[in-house]
Write a protein that binds this ligand. Sequence first.
Ligand code: BEZ
Length: 390
Amino acid sequence: MSKALSRNVWAQSAAALALAAAGVSAQAQSTPVKIGLMLPSSGTFADLGKGVSNGFKLYVNEQGGKLGGRAVEYLAVDDESDPSKANENANKLVKRDKVDLLVGTIHSGVASTMAKVARETNTLLIVPNAGAGEITGSMCSPNVFRSSFSNWQPGYASGLLAAKKHKTAVTISWKYAAGDESVRGFREGFEKGGGKVVKDLTLPFPGVEFQPLLTELASIKPEAAYAFVAGAAQVKFVKDYAAAGLKTSIPLYGAFLTEGTLAAQGDAASGMQTALHYADGLKNPKNDAFIASYTKAFGAKPDVFAVQGYDAAQLYDAGMRAVKGDTKKKAEMIKAMENAKLDSPRGPLSFSKSHNPVQDYYVRVARGNQNVMTDVIVKGLVDPSPDCKL
Ligand code: BEZ
């Protein structure tokens, strides 16, 4: 070996030793960590996907663009909220692009397929919205986390809220996992508070033909109604509800019904009460800073979907920091994520044994463009997840 070559080899090993001593692997230094964002950028949930993606990227930017010492590369797929394309889309990111982390999605049916793919390939998955119960229930898995809610949680909190004033209710929901589970949660909360759900009305996702259901609702004359429709469709729903003259005669409850859409819903939504794990006017230092930096970065106020995306990134960072960017140390990453206590804009956030958020639920009332927090309806709500054996 020439003198120059041996000097070079020596210098390289010294550098590797120095990095190892600093606890940073050579891999961590050289290659970006790949994050697959599988979210809708078209269809009724497009704005929700945007909120999640913005929130996630905001957190990463606040860390100087690095997690666990590694730069971040994003690979994005529009999942179109279409369950029939979910397997192919998730496999594109996992098998073709070889992402280190899969993040997605909004729609429960699509997210359940993502969870299956994540489980089969042992890919780390963080679900930043979709509430399908099975993801942190019967299908729960060490490598799957959620930074949002199970559909049962906001439904249950809304049921408790409605039961404070009413004895009978009718539900209206999209007929798919999120609608069914949200209504189940509402029923449980409402009955716990002494109420009775007298009828469940449904329509197919992502339908917006609400009129026949509103006519039936009016004929049943319950004291209250609970609805699960979301995204762009909730604007039409709340407007149709008011136009049908039901706003004052049958008070309408919902968890997401006014989230991020008050400007478009206008007077039709004013005064509506909702229960959710985020609210306008929530006072904590993290939320103040989050609102300021989100507004500066994107020129719009954040909503719950942005918070869930931000916290998905915070949760991943807890794992990345623990292993100093060495994603091969998956068991160590998972342990750190399980034990994470996040300072979330929504308030303190920890995770249940099944990897689902444990969080407070707030009462909000729609005033102008704000879902103003007026109370806490449940503190530290845990999804029971009896079928999860972790
Ligand atoms: C879901 O499909 O799980 C969902 C979609 C939009 C808002 C909330 C839940």
